[in-house]
Design a protein around this ligand. Structure first.
Ligand SMILES: NC(=O)c1ccc[n+]([C@@H]2O[C@H](COP(=O)([O-])OP(=O)(O)OC[C@H]3O[C@@H](n4cnc5c(N)ncnc54)[C@H](OP(=O)(O)O)[C@@H]3O)[C@@H](O)[C@H]2O)c1
Length: 294
């Protein structure tokens, strides 16, 4: 039986993916703040707490025994608020830094030929022209401690949007950095940064006002008609499950997958996401932020 470790499987498109994985008979282990509404093992994990990630990884290793991980599905994310107990920006930690630490902690336990899927967002790419302000940089020091960024947004709404899109750029850059490792090639590990595309009906806007929540959560079907690139939760979650199961594999040289109106595309990366210096700096700075040496 395949072993899949997943975050973000309790709600939205991740819950759909988790159900599909269970239906495909995988041995699914969730890291989550609460139980999912289906039969899967679950361990407590609040991604705003780096110590939770360390404990989760150690517990997973112990539970695995001699088994390995066929797929690591890092889907949790969204807009978090304020700072974490570690003193970093919560959106940056939940979307990027905690998953970075989890990958580094479980990397040697991933099977040869296994898969790592990280959920990103099209908001990271200025060419998508989304309503969310695009990233200006992927400087981990500034994203972790926005008060250090000399050009930070003064409006809380713009700052929250920029924190989200920037953290999702970090996800794409981390996927690229993982793919560039020599052992990734040697062990034939597949790395995918997956943008599910605009997917109304999920919990993504849970902290917005009542009207936005009502439209996003209750009027998802008409909303999709007016959103050019939108997907159903079933399509977005089903595609995540297919990527995790290896039913869909990245074409040669591609790491970034984006779902658009139910169709999986493999777009060219944005200028910042393509930049090796930015990628390497993010990798090393993220290591320092979580107390690792490289
Ligand atoms: N929906 C879209 O339009 C869209 C577009 C592009 C990308 N995405 C990305 O897709 C992923 C899934 O989002 P969704 O739209 O399905 O939203 P969602 O329904 O809010 O799902 C978010 C998932 O992440 C988990 N999560 C959030 N913060 C966490 C934390 N601190 N610790 C542990 N788990 C945490 C949630 O757990 P709880 O159940 O405990 O809250 C939930 O399982 C996210 O990474 C999001 O950024 C969504």
């Amino acid at each position: 039986m395949s072993v899949v470790i997943m975050t973000g499987g309790t709600s939205g498109l991740g819950a759909v993916a988790a159900r599909r994985l269970v239906a495909a008979q995988v041995d699914l282990l969730l890291g989550a703040r609460r139980e999912g509404a289906y039969r899967a093992r679950s361990l407590p994990l609040d991604l705003t707490r780096l110590d939770d990630v360390r404990v989760f990884a150690t517990t997973v290793e112990r539970m695995l025994g001699s088994e390995t991980i066929d797929a690591l599905v890092l889907n949790a994310g969204g807009y978090a608020h304020g700072g974490t107990v570690d003193g970093y920006d919560a959106t940056f930690v939940v979307n990027h830094l905690a998953h970075y630490l989890l990958i580094r902690s479980l990397w040697t336990r991933i099977s040869d030929g296994g898969t790592v899927v990280l959920t990103t967002s099209g908001t990271h790419d200025p060419a998508e022209h989304t309503v969310v302000p695009p990233p200006r940089h992927a400087n981990a020091q500034w994203l972790a401690k926005p008060e250090l960024d000399p050009n930070r947004d003064r409006s809380p709404r713009a700052a929250a949007g920029r924190a989200y899109s920037s953290s999702k750029l970090c996800v794409v850059l981390t996927a690229r950095a993982l793919r560039a490792r020599t052992d990734t090639k040697a062990r034939r590990i597949h790395i995918i940064a997956y943008d599910p595309g605009p997917t109304p009906g999920t919990g993504l806007v849970r902290d917005e006002g009542a009207l936005v929540r009502f439209v996003w959560e209750r009027l998802a079907t008409p909303l999709r008609l007016v959103m050019r690139k939108a997907n159903t939760i079933e399509d977005a979650g089903g595609t995540l499950a297919a990527l995790a199961l290896g039913t869909i594999r990245p074409p040669d040289g591609r790491v970034y997958a984006a779902l658009r109106r139910g169709l999986l595309t493999w777009p060219t990366l944005s200028e910042l996401a393509r930049c090796d210096d930015v990628m390497n700096a993010l990798w090393h700075d993220s290591a320092r932020l979580v107390g690792l040496s490289d």
